[in-house]
Design a protein around this ligand. Structure first.
Ligand SMILES: Cc1cc2nc3c(=O)[nH]c(=O)nc-3n(C[C@H](O)[C@H](O)[C@H](O)COP(=O)(O)OP(=O)(O)OC[C@H]3O[C@@H](n4cnc5c(N)ncnc54)[C@H](O)[C@@H]3O)c2cc1C
Length: 451
């Protein structure tokens, strides 16, 4: 079978098309929005993203790493801003490794263009999938311009249609879950926090108002503000905030509430955000959800990929990277097994599902680290100790952040290893003299012996 239908021309669907095109398959990709390269309204969320090692490995395997690098700014660590506006830089790695900030929209546009350069890829914009029939490999669309209904039959169908995937909802109905057996389930879990995009524009000469090579965080326990640089000299900021309670999206009702809250909580930001009031009240407060489900595939007919299979909270910045890794792993399986789709899809699901679950758990944990711990002295001391051990014994200890962001160790293994590291560090940090002794040979020896 050499015909493939991809539903969703977002980040993952577009990259998947490039991989499959390299194998000579015929790909039709259906996207519900208009072509974002031609239309402002079709752009969707413009929040920027970070690309980490897994993302780069996939982009390199697809042959478009250099093309995407042109859109990126390296980010070497976190710059925390405390309530007194003091900034503290915490590098991501003692080996000076970076993650890369990129605009979601620019990345998606470039991926679509790269996919279209393959003559065997056809995009169908303004086509919204209404349902799929997994038994007959049939997808049902509505053309949102003409309102015509379209039926596409045959070929392997990939659901790359994001967290609210129609493909997933069609495949994993109550009835089908019962038929698929005891292991099958589908859960969509919203979290109490949402997010809103705010902007720090460039200086008049086009320069950045903050260090562009850092991810800026204003951690405030129950919520946080984050900023990542754009190529145009500006920063895209994301306020992660509860929907209800005080303070929350609900409790900030007008300009006075907003300015009082920002002046008190993020005092150094206010002067940097001339459009704060209009951005805050004009931009939506978007929700966040964790999706876990099984199965991800059905015979040789259908597969879920990217957020459609495993939507996670964005606090590790890994959702897209994980989706890109899905594409690379699938491509490698197709290279290994040829077009034996039943075998390939089953292997893909078994390899990727535990990793989707693990990064979902890791991402929730990182929310606590980012909003709560990055300003906590005990946490910072622990990071210093870990960094020293990593530098001196890199074969024995790789900090969790480096495993997730700077390696392609399966997420499930990184999660397991993190539990082992936590136990060791809890023991070491419980020493009464740890603040004086942390840099000593004695503490180093204790850790190495525990490893
Ligand atoms: C605030 C925030 C920050 C984030 N930061 C990072 C980060 O730094 N790094 C990172 O790796 N990840 C990050 N993520 C996660 C990342 O955005 C997602 O993991 C990624 O977008 C998933 O790509 P996708 O293609 O699977 O889904 P999407 O990007 O959601 O794309 C799905 C596509 O399918 C289309 N579609 C939907 N329904 C239909 C339908 N019925 N018919 C046809 N088409 C349809 C949509 O229009 C869209 O184009 C972040 C997420 C959020 C919310």
């Amino acid at each position: 079978m050499n015909k493939v239908v991809i539903i969703g021309g977002g980040l993952v669907g577009s990259l998947l098309a490039i991989f499959l095109a390299k194998l000579g398959l015929i790909i039709d990709i259906y996207e519900k929005r208009p072509d974002m390269r031609k239309s402002n309204s079709g752009g969707g969320r413009s929040i920027n993203l970070v690309i980490s090692d897994r993302g780069w490995k996939a982009l390199a395997a697809a042959g478009i790493e250099a093309e995407i690098q042109k859109l990126c700014i390296p980010v070497y660590g976190r710059m925390t801003h405390d309530i007194k506006s003091k900034q503290t830089f915490l590098p991501y790695s003692s080996l000076k490794r970076a993650i890369y900030s990129v605009s979601r929209r620019e990345l998606n546009e470039r991926l679509i263009t790269c996919a279209e350069e393959h003559s065997n890829v056809t995009f169908h914009f303004d086509h919204s999938c209404e349902s799929v029939d997994h038994n007959s490999s049939t997808a049902y669309f509505i053309n949102t311009e003409s309102n015509n209904k379209i039926v596409v039959k045959g070929g392997v169908i990939f659901g790359a249609d994001g967290a609210n995937s129609m493909v997933r909802k069609s495949l994993l109905t109550k009835e089908n879950l019962t038929a698929f057996g005891a292991e099958s389930y589908a859960s969509e879990e919203p979290i109490d926090h949402g997010y809103k995009e705010l902007i720090i524009p460039a200086n008049a000469d086009g320069s950045w108002k903050l260090d562009k090579n850092a991810l800026h965080i204003w951690p405030r326990k129950k919520y946080m503000l984050m900023a990542l640089a754009n190529l145009d000299g500006g920063f895209t900021c994301t306020l992660f905030f509860p929907f209800k309670g005080k303070p929350s999206f609900e409790s900030i009702k007008d300009e006075r509430d907003l300015m009082a809250f920002f002046n008190e909580t993020f005092p150094d930001v206010v002067a940097l955000m001339p459009t704060l009031v209009s951005d805050y009240f004009d931009n939506p407060s978007s929700s966040l959800m964790i999706v876990k489900c099984f199965p991800w595939t059905y015979q040789d007919k259908i597969a879920l990929i990217g957020d459609a299979a495993h939507a996670i909270v964005p606090f590790y910045g890994e959702g897209m990277n994980c989706g890109f890794e899905d594409c690379r792993v699938l491509y490698e399986l197709l290279e290994e097994h040829g077009m034996d789709w039943t075998k390939v899809l089953r292997s893909y699901e078994l390899l990727r599902k535990p990793n989707g679950d693990a990064i979902a758990d890791l991402s929730l944990r990182n929310f606590i680290e980012m909003r709560d711990l990055v300003s906590d002295p005990t946490f910072l001391l622990r990071k210093k100790i870990e960094s020293k051990i990593y530098k001196k014994h890199p074969e024995k200890w790789v900090p969790l952040y480096s495993q997730v962001k700077f390696s392609d160790i399966p997420y499930s293994e990184a999660l397991k290893e993190s539990y082992r590291q936590d136990k060791i560090m809890e023991k070491v940090m419980s020493r009464n003299d740890i603040e004086e002794m942390w840099d000593s040979d004695e503490v180093e020896k204790e850790i190495v012996e525990l490893l």
